[in-house]
Design a protein around this ligand. Structure first.
Ligand SMILES: CC(C)(COP(=O)(O)OP(=O)(O)OC[C@H]1O[C@@H](n2cnc3c(N)ncnc32)[C@H](O)[C@@H]1OP(=O)(O)O)[C@@H](O)C(=O)NCCC(=O)NCCS
Length: 153
């Protein structure tokens, strides 16, 4: 099994959209407006030359992570992890951890010294994952229903 991580390209967008919707437990019907909206969002991320990393097993995308600069007060200037999604059948096998480590290492190489992210308060899986990874939980400051996590490099 060969595992790679590389920057995403435009032609990855439909596959990454599918990963995101399935990881969220949603329907990934390519003809739905929901699918189109998410695909457009990812394409815009690439248009803005933001960082999108895709993880592949034997050249097939199974996970991705998007990151940009934070404008979230008081964490302005941090690397902001926007999306981190692993295909359901590949979850719990260390891929998310490996992809996040790669992303943070790359951001550190670009001069960032810390990262921030928000996750839904009821997303127990993600909250356990981030805590185990070493992120610090901030119960205040977040938008309603969301928890903020930060990590220093
Ligand atoms: C959250 C997510 C990105 C984690 O990726 P993953 O590949 O499943 O997680 P990993 O297998 O790399 O787990 C890394 C560590 O976190 C722990 N962990 C992961 N999920 C966990 C859970 N549900 N409960 C407890 N610990 C968990 C693992 O035990 C592992 O610990 P270790 O380092 O001691 O071995 C992935 O499960 C996912 O895509 N979830 C759905 C979408 C989502 O919620 N994304 C985040 C939105 S902010």
């Amino acid at each position: 099994m060969r595992v790679d991580i590389r920057p995403a390209i435009y032609s990855d967008c439909p596959k990454l959209t599918r990963i995101k919707l399935l990881a969220r437990g949603e329907c990934a019907d390519e003809s739905s407006s929901r699918f189109e909206d998410e695909k457009r969002y990812l394409t815009a991320f690439l248009d803005e030359r933001q960082n999108v990393f895709v993880q592949l097993i034997d050249r097939v995308p199974i996970a991705f992570c998007t990151v940009r600069e934070s404008n979230l007060k008081p964490f302005i200037g941090y690397a902001y992890i926007k999306d981190l999604y692993v295909l359901p059948e590949r979850q719990g096998k260390g891929f998310g951890k490996k992809l996040l480590m790669h992303t943070l290492r790359t951001m550190r190489g670009m001069g960032y010294m810390n990262a921030v992210l928000e996750t839904a308060e009821n997303n127990e899986q993600a909250r356990k994952f981030y805590k185990k990874f070493g992120f610090e939980e901030h119960k205040t400051n977040g938008s309603e229903g969301y928890i903020i996590y930060t990590i220093d490099f």
